[in-house]
Design a protein around this ligand. Structure first.
Ligand code: SAM
Length: 258
């Protein structure tokens, strides 16, 4: 009998320790809810107060209540606190299997594409990357690609993305490996986006918080576009720039095609 199976019961803490090195941490009820909705494989999930977590599901997520009932194991507060970097107000945490890179790349490269890929060129801020993945999920973007050293599956990014990594393709690539499609790069010096229709197969590229678009990304860009901004304001925050651009893309779908 393994450590994980005693008295016919699996010990979720043992399972957790076995899987933690390779799995994706789903930190909090909402991350777990989103991951389940979008088909994540979740081998272990714990709650400090299982009844409270299921009551939250009754209220906010009846569609995944049964899945949660089957998955969630109650653990003492001290065991939970030892598993997560910082406790979440909902007292819920889970581990999910990270989707394969091959599957993610196939999804990103598949043509024809019905929604853009968002490219973050050398982003620095983990919270921004998470917010962008949440935006990509909301707008049904094909995926989010990052260049540079930031890991888009870092636990802080997954926390910022509220578990929505599982609804879209998220991979790190070099500029030379970007998926096919015309690159529309966002830069305050570009042409006004309001006069441009963004196609569904576009790669929408955004520069880093510190230094904007890299020379490599600029060289790959087919178009440079700017968001309306009055003089004396230097730039918008990265995630808000992505939000405005995806909203602009979505408007084209809402209008009759010319
Ligand atoms: C915080 S800004 C980068 C500011 C940076 N200091 C620079 O020199 O560009 C991050 C990214 O958001 C996008 N962005 C911000 N404001 C924009 C604007 N007014 N028009 C187009 N893109 C913008 C660009 O892609 C930019 O690289």
């Amino acid at each position: 009998m393994t450590d994980s199976v005693r008295d016919g019961q699996r010990d979720p803490v043992d399972d957790w320790r076995r899987l933690a090195g390779t799995a994706v941490l789903l930190d909090g009820f909402h991350a777990l809810k989103h991951a389940l909705r979008f088909g994540a494989e979740v081998p272990v999930a714990v709650a400090v107060d299982r009844d409270a977590a299921l009551a939250l599901a009754d209220e906010l997520a009846p569609d995944v209540r049964e899945a949660l009932r089957a998955l969630l194991t109650e653990v003492p507060q001290a065991s939970y606190a030892a598993l997560v970097p910082r406790p979440h107000p909902t007292g819920v945490a889970a581990l999910a299997v990270r989707p394969s890179r091959e599957a993610g790349l196939a999804r990103l490269r598949r043509l024809p594409r019905t929604a853009p890929v968002v490219v973050l060129d050398q982003p620095r801020n983990l919270g921004n990357a998470g917010a962008v993945i949440r935006l990509a999920a909301g707008f049904g973007a094909t995926g989010v690609v990052t260049t540079g050293t930031l890991d888009p599956w870092h636990p802080t990014v997954v926390r910022g993305g509220a578990g929505l990594h599982f609804s879209t393709a998220v991979e790190r690539l070099d500029v030379a490996e970007l998926p096919p499609g015309p690159v529309f790069a966002l830069d305050p010096e570009g042409e006004d986006i309001r006069g441009v229709r963004l196609p569904d197969d576009a790669l929408l590229a955004f520069g880093s918080e510190r230094s904007g678009l890299s020379p490599e990304l600029r060289a790959r860009a087919d178009h440079l576009l700017s968001l309306p901004m009055r003089p004396q304001v230097s730039s918008y925050n990265l995630a808000t720039s992505v939000a405005m651009t995806l909203y602009h893309w979505s408007l084209a779908g809402a209008r009759p095609r010319a």
